[in-house]
Ligand binder design. Structure first.
Ligand code: CMP
Length: 220
């Protein structure tokens, strides 16, 4: 648990107290962990793998967040008593998760101001990102939105490589479109243009940003 940012401020003793309350779960790729509207019973922490948080209507999907190792999710319905899951969670890769029951989570929050502050800090970061998404959807065109999504992915999942910044997560054009709020064809077109311009390269479905400043310059 010491590698989980949420628990980093806790003392070793506090972490020792918390650890036995978690159950470890191994989940296959493509499994739905819970559906929007379900009653929330547990908080999840990702030990390994990637989880997609999304909302659906009949034909479309919007991806709200991608979470990976060290991230937590499922706290909203635990904290807002009486409200259900605000979105659906599905594994994008095989995952190992730690699950913490609502009662244990709430009890620990009541005991630990440090944990509450850390949770708030992360929530504020997520709210900032959500505000950014509202801004982008309101004011930016598709090309800029695709580029901003790629930059955001690089900030979250980027690892430096020889060619630039490798985005260490495999996404289909459809999944990218579902993050941007557009159709697959538009994503394919923008990615093609970026490769021609030399700002991005794609190898085995993995993107590498080759010229971050060039991308930032054209966003408006
Ligand atoms: P909960 O509502 O219990 O179930 C869905 C979870 O998705 C939610 O808790 C949060 O952990 C997460 N979530 C929902 N909306 C967002 C968002 N906009 N950004 C990041 N995470 C979110």
């Amino acid at each position: 648990l010491q590698h989980v940012p949420l628990f980093q401020e806790l003392s070793e003793e506090e972490r020792q107290g918390l650890a036995p309350l978690f159950t470890e779960k191994k989940i296959r790729k493509g499994s739905v962990l819970f559906l929007e509207g379900d009653a929330g019973e547990e908080l999840f922490i990702i030990k390994s793998g990637v989880v997609k948080i999304y909302r659906l209507d009949e034909t479309k999907e919007i991806i709200l967040a991608l979470f990976r190792e060290g991230d937590f999710f499922g706290e909203m319905s635990l904290i807002s008593a009486g409200l259900t899951r605000s979105a659906t969670a599905e594994t994008l890769e095989a995952c190992t998760l730690y699950a913490l029951k609502r009662s244990a989570f709430v009890e620990y929050m009541e005991k630990s101001p440090k944990l509450c502050l850390k949770l708030l800090e992360t929530t504020m970061e997520r709210l900032r990102k959500a505000n950014e998404q509202i801004y982008d959807l309101t004011f930016l065109g598709v090309r800029s939105r695709v580029m901003k999504t790629i930059i955001r992915l690089a900030e979250q999942h980027g690892v430096p490589s020889e060619e630039g910044l490798l985005i260490n997560i495999k996404l289909t054009h459809q999944q990218l479109a579902n993050m941007v709020g557009t159709v697959r064809e538009s994503v394919t077109k923008v990615l093609q243009e970026m490769q021609e311009e030399g700002s991005l390269s794609i190898d085995k479905k993995m993107m590498t940003i080759r010229d971050l400043n060039a991308i930032k310059r054209v966003i408006r």
